[in-house]
Design a protein around this ligand. Structure first.
Ligand SMILES: NC(=O)c1ccc[n+]([C@@H]2O[C@H](COP(=O)([O-])OP(=O)(O)OC[C@H]3O[C@@H](n4cnc5c(N)ncnc54)[C@H](O)[C@@H]3O)[C@@H](O)[C@H]2O)c1
Ligand SMILES: O=P(O)(O)OC[C@H]1O[C@H](O[C@H]2[C@H](O)[C@@H](O)[C@@H](O)O[C@@H]2CO)[C@H](O)[C@@H](O)[C@@H]1O
Ligand SMILES: [Mn+2]
Length: 441
């Protein structure tokens, strides 16, 4: 197999070290000649990059080049693939996205509700600029975007780059949930074949089959209803917040037994219960700063001081493996099935064509070829249409500098609903985001 060149945009991300370990474990599937990190924050990136250098030297000796840079031309020239994982405003702004809605009595969340809207308006601008820059230097590179909120970023990228068929918006939540199903069934996650529909962080598995075509759906439902449904990927298995989140799947399934829910639906189906549990002093951002970020930075410091990785476990995680195999399927035309975001255009026949739906697709060298879903039942159609309208209004508001469309978006959002509350939250978010958002009229 021909070796490829990969740039990781947002090299300083808390996910990058795990991604490097996953690239090492997946090197036979996605053999690389060159890995480059790009970030706007040289200091943050250097911590990860110096540790990655040691890891790669010991475990990827066949790699011809590893480098890290803040220069776009150096980063983006001659690339086959780009993994884009930036966070405009950093975890500090994530914390404000989460705190402000809580202060108004509604859910404060990274990608859902008002927090997701605030983050979306910040991400769109940087993501559009980045894709223009990548295209200037690598016209044909596959761009895998998982920068959040991927639903809103993805819609904006479709609007800005309608003819670009080599941008794929992708999320790891469906595979992380499937990993838990696989562990319930004592099977390998890659043996499971999903049927799935919805929007990003807003979807359902209608079926889970195995590769021989056996239907495993009822078995999974019974195990969730009668047992304990838990996260099992190593990155989240011991995280209390993720444990509570996965456990909530049971209630969703009891209330709405037709389909298996994405864990993010908890925010939309039980907004009052969840809002009551949140506290501005213990946001998820704060937990990540004191948890994943601290853990990753300590591990990097350890590797850098030892200049070896002999005393640490090199283990892939499901997030990394999913992105890597999806990229390999595009680059090498594997035609494997992944749940990804694509423009609807009739895939879900009773939803708008312009919705960015999340569905299973074959990833080929000509792009994703999604399987037809057909009609979905009224309850799910209603929920999705309203969420799609919210996402679309946020993107339109960005392009039109429209205060009114943002107010409409927040009022439509199931985590808010009450218009005066939407207005209060919006006005506070405008204040905190003045360095990032477009000016609103
Ligand atoms: N779609 C998914 O399923 C999924 C899964 C995991 C993470 N994510 C996303 O990945 C991103 C990274 O998450 P994290 O928690 O590691 O955040 P982080 O803040 O630790 O890392 C983000 C990095 O991006 C850099 N950055 C910010 N703006 C940039 C720009 N314009 N150009 C280049 N670099 C820039 C920052 O300096 C930082 O080093 C987030 O958007 C997160 O939501 C998505
Ligand atoms: O609150 P965080 O920062 O811990 O997580 C937010 C992200 O959650 C999902 O990603 C999971 C992923 O599903 C799992 O496999 C593992 O890698 O952990 C991630 C969270 O730490 C979600 O899909 C992302 O979009 C969120 O950004
Ligand atoms: Mn996601």
């Amino acid at each position: 197999m021909q070796r490829k060149n990969l740039v990781i945009v947002g090299g300083g991300s808390t996910y990058t070290l795990g991604m490097i370990m996953s690239l090492i474990e997946e090197k036979e599937h996605f053999p690389l000649k060159k890995i480059t990190f790009y970030d706007i924050n040289a200091t943050r990136q250097e911590i990860i990059a110096k540790a990655a250098k040691v890891l790669l030297k010991e475990h990827y000796p066949e790699l011809e080049s590893f480098s890290y840079t803040t220069d776009k031309a150096t980063a983006f020239s001659d690339m086959d693939a780009a993994f884009v994982q930036i966070r405009t405003g950093g975890l500090a702004m994530r914390e404000l996205d989460e705190q402000i809605p809580i202060q108004h009595g509604v859910i404060g969340q990274e990608t859902c509700g008002a927090g997701g809207m605030a983050y979306g308006l910040r991400s769109i601008k940087d993501m559009i600029e980045l894709v223009h820059d990548i295209r200037q230097y690598s016209r044909d590179a596959w761009i895998l975007n998982y920068t959040n909120p991927a639903a809103i970023v993805g819609l904006a990228l479709k609007r800005e780059f309608p003819e670009d068929k080599r941008i794929l918006n992708i999320c790891d939540m469906p595979i992380a949930i499937m990993k838990s199903y696989a562990d319930l069934l004592e099977k390998d996650v890659w043996e499971l074949v999903p049927e799935y529909f919805g929007l990003n962080h807003f979807g359902w598995f209608s079926k889970i089959l195995d590769k021989q075509g056996h239907d495993l759906t009822d078995d999974i439902k019974n195990k969730i209803i009668n047992g304990d449904f838990l996260p099992t990927d190593k990155e989240i298995a011991h995280d209390e917040s993720w444990i509570q989140t996965f456990r909530k799947a049971r209630q969703m399934l009891v209330d709405f037994p037709e389909f298996l829910p994405n864990t993010y639906l908890q925010y939309y189906l039980y907004p009052d219960d969840l809002a009551k549990k949140e506290s501005p002093d213990n946001t998820r951002a704060r937990q990540v700063i004191n948890g994943r970020e601290k853990r990753v930075h300590e591990l990097c410091d350890h590797i850098i001081s030892q200049q070896t990785t002999h005393d640490i476990n090199i283990e892939a995680d499901i997030h990394g493996v999913y992105m890597i195999r999806a990229a390999a399927s595009l680059v090498f035309n594997w035609k494997e099935t992944f749940v990804v975001m694509v423009e609807n255009n009739g895939i879900i026949s009773n939803l708008p064509d312009d919705a960015l739906v999340e569905v299973p697709a074959l990833l080929t060298s000509h792009g994703p070829k999604a399987f037809s879903v057909g009609e979905i039942p009224t309850f799910y159609k209603g929920l999705i249409e309203s969420q799609h309208a919210y996402e679309k209004l946020v993107v339109e508001a960005y392009y039109e500098n429209s205060y009114n469309k943002l107010l409409q978006a927040l009022t439509l959002n199931r985590t808010i609903v009450h218009a005066p509350k939407a207005k209060g939250i919006l006005d506070d978010l405008i204040d905190t985001n003045k360095d990032y958002w477009p000016e609103l009229n």
